[in-house]
Design a protein around this ligand. Structure first.
Ligand SMILES: Cc1ncc(COP(=O)(O)O)c(C=O)c1O
Length: 418
């Protein structure tokens, strides 16, 4: 059923994001979301009261260490990990996957294989691809052009007893559809390999459950999840313990996760993660949830999903109704598996020109390949400035979507008439 109006209390949600007071309707959230006031407050609080190096015995240093641990614990709850040491902070997903690839390098012998989904953002391809230099074989797992998913039947023939790792996206930042990572993990584990999942385009939209899914590594960016420019990698503790350190030689293998955070994480940004989780807990309470923080987070994501379904359905309905539009990704939202990250092209129109023209309506969207260049080339969508992408989150409104649709109608009819 298509809900017709907002399904979340936007009067509650939007004031948490000071940036939303701007004139813009922000529809470039898969590029970066607005930040929560609560996350900003933690940064200020850290820099005002705790801004020293951790590891000292004086009270300010202890308070700084506590802030870092509070950040890890917040993310532990957010992703449903077993322990805070399973949370590695880094400055971006790209940097964290590179750190992971460097840390795993000695585990690969020449002839070992890594399988990578062609649908991934380059962040979860390039660092692995560079291991070719050490004799590692790289194979690409195709996206089924009909379902636009990486399918197990296409993975199966690629896997051999030399396959050590499979890298895949949870949601493509172009196609917008959630893939069954728990099924992927089970399949990969049954064949003796590990799985590294890029969760960047999933994390702002749905609850993460690394334990339930049994994934080995799961990486995502906090600046797309209502926080500052910072990122997180979850890894199973025993696997992290086996990795080679990237810090000084005297940081032993058992120094998890510190050995994977060379030069230390950014303390104030790590601490700001508590602001993200507090917001989700408060939103869950606002939705009437009781019980543990995790229960409230799940309730918050249920509300987020309801709102996002409204936005997704509204935009997809408009795009499907046009006879000159090709949606890149599923054109429906079966079972709420479609994130509100929607890419498309208009026949005979340059995507860049359309996206730029939308700016005159105070609406921010983007065009291009969004660093999923191999996917865009694989799909043959690289001409005409790539695809137009509208990426929404729960603080966007149905009214904003209507404004966008109206703008797209006006812009494309003007340029057809010209
Ligand atoms: C799906 C996906 N993976 C990875 C990244 C890279 O994230 P970061 O900018 O934190 O390196 C992005 C950024 O757009 C993305 O959309």
């Amino acid at each position: 059923m298509t809900a017709t109006t907002d399904q979340i209390d936007l009067d509650f949600v939007r004031p948490h994001f000071p940036g939303l007071q701007s004139k813009w309707a922000y529809f470039d959230n898969a590029g970066g979301s607005q930040i929560l006031q609560g996350a900003m407050d933690r940064i200020t609080e850290f820099l005002t009261h705790r801004n020293v190096q951790i590891g000292g015995t004086y009270d300010t240093s202890v308070a700084a260490a506590e802030a870092l641990m509070a950040g890890r614990k917040a993310i532990q709850t957010l992703v449903n990990a077993d322990r805070p040491e399973e949370i590695v902070f880094g400055h971006s997903t790209t940097a964290l996957v590179q750190i992971l690839a460097n840390s795993m390098r000695s585990q690969f012998a020449p002839g070992d294989e890594i399988i990578i989904s062609i649908g991934d953002h380059e962040s979860n391809i390039g660092p692995w691809d560079r291991l070719r230099e050490f004799g590692v074989e790289i194979k690409f797992w195709p996206i089924d052009k009909k379902t636009q998913k990486p399918r197990l039947e296409d993975l199966e023939p690629l896997m051999t007893d030399r396959t050590r790792l499979v890298c895949v996206h949870h949601v493509s930042n172009i196609l917008g559809q959630a893939n069954p990572v728990a099924d992927y993990a089970r399949f990969v584990h049954e064949r003796g390999a590990k799985i590294c999942v890029d969760g960047v385009a999933f994390a702002p939209h749905r609850a993460i459950d690394v334990t339930g899914w049994d994934v080995d590594y799961y990486v995502f960016s906090l600046y797309k999840c209502y926080g500052p420019h910072n990122a997180v990698m979850y890894g199973k503790y025993d696997l992290l313990a086996e990795l080679d350190g990237q810090y000084h030689y005297f940081y032993g293998k058992d120094k998890v996760p510190g050995k994977l955070e060379p030069g230390n994480p950014n303390y104030e940004l790590a601490y700001s993660a508590t602001g993200i989780v507090d917001y989700l807990v408060t939103l869950g309470e606002h939705e009437g949830a009781q019980g543990s923080a995790r229960d409230k987070i799940l309730a918050a994501y249920a509300a987020i999903t309801r709102q996002e379904d409204v936005l997704t359905d509204r935009l997809l309905t408009y795009l499907r109704g046009r006879n000159d539009c090709r949606i890149i990704g599923p054109d429906s939202n079966d079972g709420s598996t479609r994130m509100p990250t929607i890419s498309f092209k208009f026949k005979g129109q340059n995507s860049g020109s359309v996206a730029n023209a939308v700016e005159a309506y105070d609406i921010a969207i983007r065009f291009g390949d969004f660093h999923a260049r191999r996917l865009i080339e694989y799909l043959g969508e690289d001409g005409g400035s790539g695809v137009i992408r509208v990426s929404m989150v729960h603080y966007n409104s149905a009214e904003q979507v209507d404004r966008l649709c109206q703008a797209l109608t006006e812009i494309t009819s003007e340029s057809t008439a010209a």
